[in-house]
Design a protein around this ligand. Structure first.
Ligand SMILES: [Zn+2]
Length: 375
């Protein structure tokens, strides 16, 4: 079982500028990094069978503590053998702490104090409370391979005093969660806050890394600030994190954003984008986004992306998928989710290979030129 400070759970195997390729060892297997983590919010990547998610190239999934705590509850999942058995996914799982949902649903927030946060559940409106100890307990019962610390994640543009308080409480809570029990073999990652404020971020990194975790996340970015500000913050914040531990950027998943954070030394990232775009009839392709509702696809016999060999692209035309989208057929959601997932996993895999060959900058340039051009 990995121990605090043992440093054996993560290996950097190649670097290219600030970017890294590596392998993260977990209780349910190895994860090649950089790694895109599809989000299985309610113990499912919406509309997809776990084998399809695996075959698309996913090595690790993200589960949401907030949602699983309220429905069906961590005790039910623990009784049924833990989250892996419950959802039929036998590979690595990272669970978030629930903090992001609590703080992004601002209308439901009731009070934040040194010991935790009180809020109204989105399921029944009842008052509920998360503490660092409960975040640890829920994730231990779920049995995820990687548990995240409960943090205070304010939206972009809050006053400096609110940002400072978020940094202070995030450290206080992390210290308490670190002392809580974890499930066998479970890794625990600390989260740094401070938005794009360099001094506050540096303080948060210093305090959280001093506590000692298996990996570290940049939280509180990609929460509404302008993209250039976010990219700039990753540029100086990622190198502040220990080089021998995995670095996780929370909540990014568009192709441009993935390339931006990989180039700056991020190893892991997650996003609901593949399935969310699927629900709006949108495909991510090597020539940019396609809105399948557009009439120009009505007789288009090409696959979504000629460079892709997923189950959607291998058999179906844009014209057919457009028809499914317009008729709100369930298969449209499945095919678009599957393709979008595959596309983002492929981009990540190609970036990893480019890092290994010392040509990440060229790869990013080629990728961006292609995405800006018409198919
Ligand atoms: Zn495809």
């Amino acid at each position: 079982m990995p121990q605090w400070g043992a440093g054996v759970m993560f290996e950097v195997t190649a670097t290219d500028g600030g970017a890294r390729a590596g392998v993260l060892h977990t209780a349910h297997g190895d994860v090649p990094t950089p790694a895109f983590m599809p989000v299985g919010t309610k113990a499912t990547v919406k509309s997809l069978h776990p084998d399809e998610v695996r075959e698309a190239g996913a090595h690790i999934l993200l589960g949401n503590t907030y949602h699983l705590h309220f429905r069906p509850g961590e005790d039910v999942i623990a009784e049924l053998g833990g989250l892996h058995a419950f959802m039929g996914w036998d590979w690595p799982i990272l669970t978030d702490s629930g903090g992001f949902q609590v703080f992004s649903l601002r209308d439901t927030l009731l009070a934040v104090d040194d010991a935790g946060v009180t809020f109204r559940s989105v399921y029944d409106g009842d008052a509920a409370r998360f503490t660092p100890e409960l975040a640890a307990e829920i994730q231990a019962k779920l049995g995820s391979d990687i548990a995240m610390c409960l943090d205070v994640c304010p939206p972009a543009g809050v006053p400096p005093e609110e940002l400072e308080r978020a940094v202070r409480l995030t450290t206080t809570w992390a210290a308490r969660q670190r002392e809580s029990e974890r499930s066998p073999g479970q890794l625990v990652f600390g989260i740094t806050q401070g938005a794009a404020d360099r001094d506050l971020r540096a303080r948060s990194v210093e305090e959280i890394t001093a506590l000692g975790f298996d990996g570290y996340a940049l939280g509180g970015l990609s929460v509404g600030e302008p993209r250039p500000e976010m990219v700039d913050a990753v540029e100086w914040a990622a190198p502040m994190l220990p080089a021998d531990r995995p670095r996780y950027f929370m909540g990014i998943g568009d192709p441009d954003g993935i390339l931006d954070v990989i180039a700056r030394g991020i190893d892991m990232f997650d996003c609901v984008l593949p399935t969310r775009l699927g629900r709006t009839g949108t495909a991510l392709t090597s020539h940019g986004r396609l809105n399948l509702r557009n009439a120009r696809f009505a007789r288009d016999q090409r696959p979504l992306d000629e460079r892709c060999d997923c189950q959607a692209c291998g058999r179906f035309t844009r014209a057919y998928i457009r028809h499914l989208v317009n008729q709100q057929e369930l298969l449209a959601l499945r095919l678009l989710s599957l393709h979008n997932l595959r596309f983002l996993l492929d981009v990540t895999l190609e970036a990893r290979s480019a890092i290994e060959h010392g040509r990440l900058a060229d790869f990013i340039l080629e990728m961006r030129q292609r995405m800006a051009s018409e198919a």
